[in-house]
Write a protein that binds this ligand. Sequence first.
Ligand SMILES: [Zn+2]
Length: 92
Amino acid sequence: MNETRAHDRYELDPGDFLVTDERARADGLEIVGVWHSHPDHSAHPSETDREAAWEGWSYVIVSVTRDGIADVRAWRLSSNEFVEDPIERCQP
Ligand SMILES: [Zn+2]
């Protein structure tokens, strides 16, 4: 995580990613995206999110306020622009 701008930045640690990817593959799984939170901001991607995004991955953004989770949305980069991915919500 970017400690100096943690409110609007995040970083994937390459070592953590490799370990997670290896574990997923060993279980027959594939990493298809990442999630992060937007404290006190909407669940829409920022320009920073767009610049750091990879085509084909799904980016789940959780809007969080002091009252808890306000919104959850998923986005996918297409032609260098984010389009919203539908999220199927399961009933507990
Ligand atoms: Zn973001």
